[in-house]
Design a protein around this ligand. Structure first.
Ligand SMILES: NC(=O)c1ccc[n+]([C@@H]2O[C@H](COP(=O)([O-])OP(=O)(O)OC[C@H]3O[C@@H](n4cnc5c(N)ncnc54)[C@H](OP(=O)(O)O)[C@@H]3O)[C@@H](O)[C@H]2O)c1
Length: 234
């Protein structure tokens, strides 16, 4: 990336996922990136979104490595839960499945923001971005279905906006955004992508998303963008 301090430091949470691993690859190959740390349930230190203390410990560990981190990417998320795919209609709703979607897609990222946002630089551009999904857009919902995934991503979008507003004064150049990667060939989308108009490779989508993040500044903090840089409605 060109718009961050050179060299810059990056963290990817969910580094084992299809998109997280592709982000790691780009960042490892970027000569401007001095250090990139991949975190997840099996990293050292581990980060489990369902265990706040693991997030707190990882944040403290990152702080020991460096006082500030320029790029913090959350590439975690879930769609199929305990073998159950997204609901087609309301009668398929299972409260336990819905609660898990919220725990991983909304509350987990909120806890990441709580503990990792303080690591963003205070006096230069820093980016805190999370992978949301277009189907989380309320305005763009013309099909129905997938209520747990949609609602958990809509909640995530609200958490992004609220975090951006809170950081406005403490981290004036912070860019806090939700991203839509497009339908990508990963484990998460595998059972559902046969009807997608186009399926992107994780390498391509994450490369485009990093270009989008490079072009955003604090004025756009709190918004939602797709891999082509298009601003999406919440
Ligand atoms: N692929 C697409 O077409 C698409 C489209 C729109 C939006 N997205 C969004 O992009 C994000 C990444 O998706 P992906 O396609 O890369 O999926 P993926 O390959 O299934 O990766 C999901 C990642 O989330 C992590 N994760 C799940 N539960 C966790 C927990 N409790 N604690 C910590 N990490 C946890 C997984 O870790 P483990 O390896 O430990 O399981 C994995 O690293 C998701 O938020 C998804 O909603 C994807």
């Amino acid at each position: 990336m060109e718009s961050l301090q050179i060299p810059y430091r990056a963290v990817v949470v969910g580094a084992t996922g299809g998109l997280g691993a592709a982000f790691m690859q780009h960042l490892e190959q970027d000569p401007n990136c001095e250090q990139v740390i991949g975190l997840g349930r099996h990293s050292d230190p581990p980060v489990d979104l369902l265990d706040e203390s693991s997030i707190e410990r990882a944040a403290a560990w990152l702080r020991e490595q460096a006082a500030e981190w320029d790029l913090i990417l959350d590439a975690t998320g879930i769609l199929t839960i305990d073998g159950q795919g997204p609901e087609k209609r309301l009668r398929d709703l299972d409260p336990a499945v819905m609660a898990r979607a919220f725990a991983i897609n909304a509350i987990g990222p909120a806890l990441l923001f709580k503990h990792l946002a303080p690591l963003l630089p205070r006096n230069r551009k820093g980016v805190l971005a999370t992978l949301s999904a277009r189907v989380g857009s309320i305005e763009d919902n013309h099909l129905g279905g997938w209520v747990s995934y949609r609602a958990s991503k809509a909640a995530l979008n609200q958490i992004v906006r609220t975090t951006a507003l809170e950081l406005r004064f403490s981290h004036r150049q912070a860019v806090v955004v939700a991203l839509q990667p497009g339908t990508c060939a990963t484990r998460l989308s595998e059972p559902y992508r046969s009807r997608a108009p186009e399926v992107l490779s994780p390498e391509y989508a994450t490369g485009r998303l990093l270009d989008v993040l490079d072009r955003l500044d604090a004025e756009q903090s709190g918004s939602f963008h797709d891999f082509e840089g298009q601003r999406l409605p919440f």
